[in-house]
Design a binder for this molecule. Structure first.
Ligand code: 13P
Length: 274
């Protein structure tokens, strides 16, 4: 039974505009040396785009040395997953307490975690609450597969995923999360959703937040699109009203492409549709 928690301190008033958030999800790619070299290659260029919040999510073991590299820049780090306990006999897992020493964000509920590691919405909810407790900002990934889209189940799947992920999360905490809409059929396929389709679902996610909490929480939550984002299509997404950023896979592994994605995101700020 999902519990809506409208308690907690009243969140501060929504900002005049949401700061766009571009996050590079490197998945299981690159050694530590390669990771540091890639960050080094793009750091200065990325740092020039101050109106975009840029997050790099390398493999766990690269986070610690990367921290020193990004220290004097505006670039932030994120993890790609975590367990929901702070410590204990959980061989092979990593905790929010450990991660918060080295990063600000954590991707939770990515479809590859759901698909290959059997994570369900309840696990993701435990992780979301644990991340928030330890001051990490969760990037909660949601999305439907192709069969679900073709059966017109997108809204039902997405609202369930969002609602369960935020079960028992209070309004204050909920206003700080990031939600990434990543339709499975668009991930790694080169077949991105159209900007209109992506915006329609991102808008639906915002309405779901209004239903669970209220408009002021929904106005603060940043909602990203992810799935075959590249320098050629990022502007289409970023000009849409309800898309506040992107979760980028393959293109985040190429310095020039990732820098272009961040640059075009900044260019779209004045052109954003209402
Ligand atoms: P691609 O950008 O490679 O399609 O991956 C998207 C993704 O899964 C980001 O989390």
């Amino acid at each position: 039974m999902v519990q809506i928690n409208r308690g907690g301190n009243v969140p501060p008033p929504p900002p005049a505009r949401r700061v766009p958030l571009i996050a590079g999800n490197w998945k299981m790619n690159l050694t530590v040396d390669e990771s540091l070299a890639l960050i080094d290659e793009m750091l200065e260029d990325l740092d020039a785009y101050e109106e975009v919040e840029t997050v790099i999510c390398p493999p766990f073991i690269a986070l610690f040395p990367a921290m020193e590299l990004v220290e004097d820049s505006g670039i932030k780090l994120g993890a790609q997953n975590m367990f929901y306990k702070d410590s204990g006999a959980y061989t092979g897992e990593i905790s929010p307490l450990m991660l918060r020493e080295v990063c600000d964000y954590v991707i939770l509920g990515h479809s590859e975690r759901r698909l290959y590691f059997n994570e369900n919405d309840e696990d993701i909810n435990l992780k979301v609450k644990a991340a928030l407790k330890d001051d990490l900002t969760p990037i909660i990934a949601v999305g439907e597969n192709l069969a679900q889209r073709e059966d017109n189940l997108t809204a039902e799947i997405i609202s369930n995923q969002v609602e369960i992920a935020l079960n028992d999360v209070n309004a204050y905490d909920a206003s700080s999360v990031v939600i990434a809409y990543e339709p499975l059929w668009a991930i790694g396929t080169g077949q991105a959703a159209s900007a209109e389709t992506a915006n329609e679902v991102c808008k639906f996610i915002r309405q779901t937040i209004v239903r669970l909490y209220d408009q002021s929480v929904a106005d603060r939550v940043r909602i990203q699109y992810g799935g075959s984002v590249n320098p050629a299509n990022i502007s289409d997404f970023m000009c849409e009203s309800d898309i506040d950023g992107a979760l980028v896979g393959g293109a985040s592994l190429k310095a020039a492409d990732f820098v272009k994605i961040v640059a075009r995101t900044q260019e779209c700020i004045p052109r954003k549709k209402k």
